[in-house]
Design a binder for this molecule. Structure first.
Ligand code: IPE
Ligand code: IPE
Ligand code: MG
Length: 227
């Protein structure tokens, strides 16, 4: 069995799901997708996974229509307020990665509040990637090193990233059929096992995650060595 500490998911396909269901508005798909976050979080927590890192909003997603962006910001705020009880009941710590300073004030306050309330939990850490882009994260990390006047090695660089202290990504899943990383965890996924599924995020369910984990355990991870 491979060690499984960190699962990362690119939750894609909400808009197409809404269209397929006959809804005029893409936001219906985002609303439905948020429900899957809850189920997958509980499942990952029960499996004893340490980190579940979910791509919620990329640095590129600001290019979307203002109405959709505004809806997503409000949805994340509402999601966090609703999920606090889930975090408290399941020993789940909440963390965030991404350039948070650029988010609306209300959402920033909710993020800080949720982090504070769950900081002492020792079970799963649910990490939400909001206004996250790997390139943005790496450039911010480089500037931290430059400003501190330090020379980095791989380990020190790790500690300057938003994911400081987290284990590398073991399984990276993208739903929605596209086979690309869309600026997600490029450094942290250096040796992850990649899974691309056509399932649209609102249709993704715990059974499919179990199948992926089963596949993962069959894989021989070599990390460059000979086995
Ligand atoms: C993913 O679903 C959610 C976000 C990027 C916020 P999409 O909104 O990208 O849905 P599709 O890919 O257009 O179907
Ligand atoms: C990636 O999905 C970002 C999130 C899931 C939050 P996108 O829908 O933004 O990615 P592209 O544009 O298809 O690459
Ligand atoms: Mg998409």
């Amino acid at each position: 069995m491979n060690e499984l500490k960190h699962i990362a998911i690119i939750m894609d396909g909400n808009g197409r799901w809404a269209k397929k269901q006959g809804f005029m508005k893409r936001i219906v798909g985002h609303e439905e997708g948020a429900k899957r976050v809850r189920e997958i979080t509980i499942h990952a927590s029960n499996l004893g996974v340490k980190y579940l890192t979910l791509y919620a909003f990329s640095t590129e997603n600001w290019k979307r229509p203002e109405g959709e962006v505004g809806f997503l910001m409000k949805l994340m705020d509402r999601y966090l307020k609703n999920e606090l009880s889930l975090f408290l009941e399941n020993d789940v710590r909440f963390e965030i990665i991404g350039e948070i300073s650029k988010l609306p004030k209300d959402l920033r306050q909710t993020i800080e509040f949720t982090k504070e309330k769950t900081a002492h939990f020792k079970g799963l850490t649910q990490v939400l990637a909001v206004n996250y882009g790997s390139k943005n994260e790496i450039v911010r990390a480089v500037n931290k090193a430059v400003n501190a006047g330090i020379e980095v090695d791989e380990h020190r660089f790790d500690e300057l990233l938003d994911t400081a202290g987290m284990d590398p990504v073991d399984i990276l899943i993208r739903t929605g059929g596209e086979k690309r990383l869309s600026n997600y965890l490029l450094w942290q996924a250096a040796y992850s096992e990649l899974y691309f599924t056509d399932t649209l995020w609102p249709d993704f369910h715990v059974g499919e995650l179990d199948e992926i984990i089963k596949e993962f355990h069959k894989t021989q991870r070599r990390f460059g060595a000979v086995k």
